[in-house]
Design a binder for this molecule. Structure first.
Ligand code: NDP
Ligand code: 8X3
Length: 258
């Protein structure tokens, strides 16, 4: 994908899973990468690995909690000179907490999911968009989900946040259609990352059960999809992509047992 050569990608949630895999793929195809997430140690490790493997790629990492609006604007303001002209924003940071009915989901879980998946995405988008609009080009790529197309029992808040991502992606695409800025949403089905471990507060056995007896997507499978969307010619926007494991039928139905 030679169109990514020399481009600069700003990635949220780069310390794990889809964000991390996409950072590698962008660098492999000649892009410079800005790695952001809350876990600074992970980012530094990743920065070293990418620099070693792809020495022609410029890599910068910054600790960032997308919920903290002031910090988001500060990180963008303080980007190194050679990385200020961001070309691609990957709004990937996101999480689910628990699997609880609406009647009992805790206010803390509600707050964290909304502040991260909804407000965080708005914060980062508002901080980066002026860079795109000043140059009349750029690409916003949002991580939606199959949970943004369907709702399932015990997932109301997470599904709601991903329905928001779908609405925001559509609104933004229309708002920007007179500019050269492109807006894409990638909607994964089941991807085995730290997602379910985070969902179940570190209970790895419970997380493993989610993918038992079937082959889920890997973070690399979604990175591949993002790479495809990011590398189309300027006149082409991949508006939405729903990507599931072959053995998945709906958000809650998968074929298990081979
Ligand atoms: P991971 O848990 O592996 O990665 C999530 C990333 O988000 C981590 O790097 C984490 O880093 C970061 N993150 C979480 N909260 C914040 C925050 N407040 N500020 C900055 N970064 C944050 O999960 P995935 O890679 O699977 O998830 C990536 C995206 O894909 C999410 O938006 C998720 O909703 C979506 N998705 C995932 C699916 C799946 O089945 N895995 C399916 C559909 C969509 P840190 O903790 O260091 O901040
Ligand atoms: C993650 C997909 O439906 O497993 O966005 O919660 S789901």
């Amino acid at each position: 994908y030679s169109r990514l050569k020399g481009k600069t990608a700003f990635i949220t949630g780069a310390s794990s899973g889809i964000g991390q895999a996409t950072a590698f793929e962008f660098a492999r195809h000649g892009a410079n990468v800005i790695l952001t997430a809350r876990r600074k140690d992970r980012l530094q490790e990743l920065e070293t690995q990418i620099c070693d493997e792809f020495p022609s790629s410029i890599v910068h990492s910054a600790q960032l909690d997308v919920q903290d609006r002031a910090a988001v604007f500060r990180v963008v303001e303080e980007l190194p000179a050679e990385l200020k002209d961001v070309d691609i924003l990957l709004n990937n940071a996101g999480l689910v907490i628990g699997l609880d009915p609406l009647s009992t989901v805790s206010p803390e879980a509600v707050h964290t999911m909304l502040q991260t998946n909804v407000v965080g995405l708005i914060n980062v988008t508002q901080a980066i968009l002026p860079i795109f609009l000043a140059r009349n080009r750029g690409h916003v790529i949002n991580l939606g989900s199959i949970a943004g197309r369907e709702a399932y029992a015990n997932g109301s808040v997470y599904c709601g946040t991903k329905h928001f991502v779908n609405a925001a992606t559509q609104s933004l695409r229309i708002e920007l259609m007179s500019t050269g800025v492109r807006v894409t949403e990638v909607q994964p089905g089941m991807v085995e990352t730290e997602f379910s471990v985070v969902r179940f507060s570190g209970d790895k056995d419970r997380a493993d059960k989610v993918y038992e007896g079937m082959e889920p997507l890997s973070a690399g499978d979604i990175a591949d999809t993002i790479l495809y969307a990011a590398s189309r010619p300027d006149n082409v926007v991949i508006a939405e992509m729903l990507v599931m494991p072959t053995a998945q039928g709906t958000a809650t139905v998968a074929h298990r047992g081979g």
